[in-house]
Design a protein around this ligand. Sequence first.
Ligand code: FAD
Length: 473
Amino acid sequence: MADKYDVIVIGGGPGGYVAAIRAAQLGYNTACIEKRINKQDQPALGGTCLNVGCIPSKALLDSSWKYHEAEESFADHGIGVGKLSLDLKTMHERKDKVVQQLTGGVASLFKANKVTWLQGTGQLKANKQVVFTPHEGDEQTLEADNVILAAGSVPVEIPPAEVDQKIIVDSTGALEFDSVPKKLGVIGAGIIGLELGSVWSRLGSQVTVLEAVDTFLPAVDQQIAKEASKLFTKQGLDIQLGARVTGTKKNKNSVRVTYTDKDGEHEETFDRLIVAVGRRPYTEGLLSQDAGVTLDERNFIYVDNQCRTDVPGVYAIGDLVRGPALAHKAIEEGVMVAEVIAGEHTQVNYDAVPSVIYTHPEVAWVGKTEEEVKDSGEPYKTGAVPFAANGRALAAGEPGGLVKFVVDEKTDRVLGMHVLGPQASELIQQGVVAMEFGASIEDLQLMVFGHPSLSETVHEAALATDYKAIHVA
Ligand code: FAD
């Protein structure tokens, strides 16, 4: 007889492992199937995010920022460090340790919550049956009352730049360079391209980012995007917009890239090339012919707003489904689905999902951009205040960037908050809380903010929507 579970989760990334833990907390006999083998050749939980995404990229962003500061700004503080050197091997070892600590932590949480970790590949069949092919041993057919698909996403590949993980790499390869490329090309000026470009630029690479679209960060409020573009260019990132890569030719240790822009065809040779043009849902091998779930026109698994697929009892979450490909969105969908299974009233507020680009300064936003609100035709007001007017930012030597609010003129409700600046990833949460509670901008204006703190610029931007900011001329 087939092994039977209350809940089977396929995929142990942030969506899947959180769904499994929450389901177990709610009393369900839960298994999570994860096929990942990490670079130490061990089975690993944590998905893209913990193994080759959010966490290792942030470890390198933090290490490279420290290096950059030692090189560029310690002297301003009167700190001398002698001759600076870079030990990339140690930097990678530190990153790997952080990753192992966190992925090992998820395995411990599974044990503590009695989630069964099935190491191998899962495939959904009809009638909520799941074929489990372990890394070692025979295939088994499992049964479940509920199945949660959480197989995540993989990098999009483009024919003119085939990834070999040596000279032309995707985001995973870009986390593993064993020397700093002298000249680095990046295809794609999205979140991942900008973050990885920043890492290597800080460590000494001359970085050119080739972006096919004419607008820099089209999803970001354009006042913020324009300012960010200026700051990144000043830091040495050469960002070419409207530049479409048409071909690559590899040599032993370099790659010649051909691209076209409004001025015609160009050629440039790089030591390494990162392809960062987006990610696509990872459905290969996940669904048998008779599984019955529907895909949408972009190959995402089709779900309703509570992540139900077309098959009763089968759910899909995270990067496999519509919405931003972000770990925290996957996490909250994982919690929601487990609670939906338990019959609880629950939801994800998709209007208040923050996004962050971990450059320096960071870019973060939640809600609507000014452009979106303008297009809607509804009356609105904005307030924007630079960090250059903030004592804490100046004391830290971080005067670049601004905070901006977009507010409904009629109701005074916060429609969007946008930050370019130090700790933007933390500051944006104030906008998320405000929007979640349906705050008016007056609520924020009337709050007391600690002094001196970066948050005071949030306060000032709120005041600026009604021309009441104190520290701007
Ligand atoms: P995943 O994390 O992709 O996990 C899915 C898991 O399912 C994988 O481990 C895979 O092995 C497994 N799997 C797939 N198919 C099967 C199968 N048939 N059987 C068994 N197992 C299977 N997001 C942020 O919010 N913040 C960031 O700072 C951030 N930085 C990023 C940096 C980089 C370089 C990258 C690449 C991504 C980053 N992301 C970031 C995005 C984030 O990693 C994803 O949004 C998130 O991991 C999605 O979670 P998930 O659970 O849907 O899928």
